[in-house]
Design a protein around this ligand. Structure first.
Ligand SMILES: Cc1cc2nc3c(=O)[nH]c(=O)nc-3n(C[C@H](O)[C@H](O)[C@H](O)COP(=O)(O)OP(=O)(O)OC[C@H]3O[C@@H](n4cnc5c(N)ncnc54)[C@H](O)[C@@H]3O)c2cc1C
Length: 291
């Protein structure tokens, strides 16, 4: 099936892209990797009259770390993210997730900015960025603003980015000593969207006490979910199977899945519990120096 007709623009700067979005507000959409948008257009779930292709804007694809953040340019391909040695060494939650997204073809085209901006609760990166306390740089006609990941997802396919704005950078705070992170995904078969996905970040002190934690959930609600009560519960606790089990119950209670061909509600909620416990254990092992 072909997408409906559209006008196609190829801006060479962020300002030009934002100008086009502003000029054609509501009728124009950013085209990044096209892996979600083109499929939606073919199905007539999206019918933008104008596509603004951001792929030729220079210097928007990078993964680099400074003294405060891991900085990921919006058009960085998800395959590049999981291949980055900085990410593998210090942000394993993102390399775990990057490897779990779809298949190599989708990962080679799909962008980090697109995965984060699309607002599909089945996208794997948002849960990780919620767990890591990330923030997003957004360019609009009135300038640049920075939005925290927590609070960014409002409803399915609805985020805090306005129709005349563009995400340019994803920033993940540099992890301090004693930080471990992990992402795990339960899927029906390789390449599928998650039945349940869990991203976890923990920080432990030298005695093994958990100082703070963050837990994000994929595809078990209308948006990616930050499991606030479960994350807060872990702060100040000593690592034990009982503590992780209690946090996992709280994460389960934060989920609000719908029944579909990946399973009924009760099954999905229980999978949140089980995969949260497992992912927390993996993150804690990494925090304590394990692989
Ligand atoms: C067969 C298949 C399986 C998939 N499985 C998974 C999976 O398991 N896990 C997963 O996470 N994803 C999966 N995906 C989705 C894939 O990862 C997409 O690439 C991703 O969701 C969107 O990225 P994109 O660069 O292709 O964005 P596009 O499709 O180009 O755009 C998606 C949306 O985001 C907007 N957008 C894009 N970039 C920006 C920006 N910089 N600023 C503001 N808005 C922007 C667009 O306007 C559009 O509304 C799958 C896709 C396919 C086709």
């Amino acid at each position: 099936m072909y997408p409906p007709n559209f006008e196609y623009y190829v801006p060479s700067t962020v300002e030009e892209a934002v100008g086009l979005l502003d000029q054609h507000q509501g009728d124009a959409k950013i085209l990044a990797g096209g892996q979600s948008l083109i499929a939606m257009m073919k199905l007539r779930l999206a019918q933008p009259a104008i596509l603004v292709d951001i792929n030729r804007i220079p210097n928007l694809a990078y993964v680099r770390e400074d003294d405060k953040f891991l900085r990921i340019g919006a058009t960085t391909r998800t395959a590049e993210l999981s291949r980055s040695t900085i990410v593998q060494a210090r942000y394993p939650i993102l390399s775990d997730a990057g490897r779990e997204i779809a298949d190599p073809i989708v990962r080679n085209r799909g962008t980090v900015g697109g995965n984060v901006s699309h607002g599909d609760p089945g996208n794997d990166l948002p849960a990780c960025l919620l767990a890591m306390g990330a923030e997003f740089e957004i360019h609009g006609p009135k300038g640049i603003r920075t939005l925290p990941a927590r609070g960014f997802y409002q409803d399915t396919f609805v985020t805090s980015v306005a129709t005349n704005e563009m995400m340019t950078e994803i920033r993940v705070p540099r992890p301090g000593a004693g930080t471990g992170s992990a992402y795990s995904k339960m899927e029906r078969k390789v390449g599928d969207f998650a039945t349940v996905g869990v991203g976890a970040r923990v920080v432990v002190d030298s005695s093994g006490k958990i100082l703070n934690a963050g837990i994000g959930l994929t595809n078990v609600g209308p948006t990616a979910i930050y499991a606030t009560a479960a994350s807060d519960f872990l702060a100040g606790k000593t690592d034990s199977d009982a503590v992780l089990a209690q946090a996992a119950v709280l994460a389960r209670d934060a989920s609000a899945p719908s029944p579909d061909n990946r399973g009924p509600v009760d099954f999905k909620k229980d999978m949140v519990r089980i995969w949260t416990r497992r992912t927390l254990r993996k993150a804690l092992d990494r925090a304590k120096g394990g692989k």
